[in-house]
Design a protein around this ligand. Structure first.
Ligand SMILES: C[S@@+](CC[C@H](N)C(=O)[O-])C[C@H]1O[C@@H](n2cnc3c(N)ncnc32)[C@H](O)[C@@H]1O
Length: 210
């Protein structure tokens, strides 16, 4: 991403009212209890899991309350989000926190994760950053480890900033994503295109395996 877009991401996602709003039961039900996500999430081995772009950690908090977690790594580009998570997860054992540069998983060793997921965030990422992350995810997953990634399927308006597009979905498609994942060395096990609110087929969730 360019420095200008990086600055915009930091401005858009540091102290957004978004974080409080999406902790509600109705916002959580977009993901948890929704078979589109749950059927795929159940396939993950949560022994050594990472959440990419965790925000205030609502998904990892839910997982920690409903599953047996081994270790957890929380990654976000915004330090204020990671600071929030350090406090939120202070009683949860085996949690590591990483503020990254927006396209890398530095600090996570090679072949060390059984699973990585990203919900409600990659939909906004730049195209080149998604490809970098796919290469990084391949590096960090154990053999047969899996990644579950919720991303954009909006291939309208190439060249727009994400914030100019419907629901801030960045330029991407299920097919382009599949191509990049294969180029990164990953197997594409399943892709599910779905509506986001009233926007038909706007999003996709992809299950990948190393
Ligand atoms: C819409 S919020 C979602 C947060 C969390 N996933 C959730 O569902 O509550 C988007 C998150 O992505 C993070 N983010 C945006 N671009 C990023 C990037 N390129 N790399 C890492 N994190 C990023 C933001 O800091 C923010 O925490």
């Amino acid at each position: 991403m360019s420095n200008k877009i990086k600055q915009q991401i930091k401005n858009d996602w540091s102290e957004a009212p978004y974080y409080d709003l999406v902790e509600s039961d109705s916002a959580m039900r977009y993901f948890w209890g929704n078979p589109i996500f749950d059927d795929l999430f159940e396939k993950l081995d949560l022994s050594k899991v990472a959440e990419l772009a965790c925000g205030h950690g609502r998904h990892s908090d839910w997982i920690a309350k409903h599953h047996d977690l081994g270790s957890l790594v929380l990654v976000d580009i915004n330090k204020s989000n990671i600071d929030y998570c350090v406090e939120r997860f202070k009683s949860t054992p085996n949690v590591k926190f990483i503020v990254n540069e927006g396209s890398d998983l530095k600090g996570i060793p090679d072949n060390s994760l059984t699973a990585l997921f990203c919900y409600d965030a990659m939909v906004h990422f730049e195209f080149d950053d998604v490809f970098s992350y796919l290469i990084e995810i391949y590096r960090c997953l154990t053999p047969n480890g899996m990644a579950l990634l919720h991303h954009s399927n909006n291939d309208k308006q190439p060249g727009n900033l994400y914030s100019q597009n419907i629901h801030w979905r960045n330029y991407m498609s299920a097919s382009l994503f599949k191509h990049m994942a294969i180029r990164a060395g990953l197997r594409v096990l399943e892709q599910r295109v779905f509506d986001w609110g009233d926007a038909k087929d706007l999003d996709c969730v992809t299950l990948l395996q190393k």
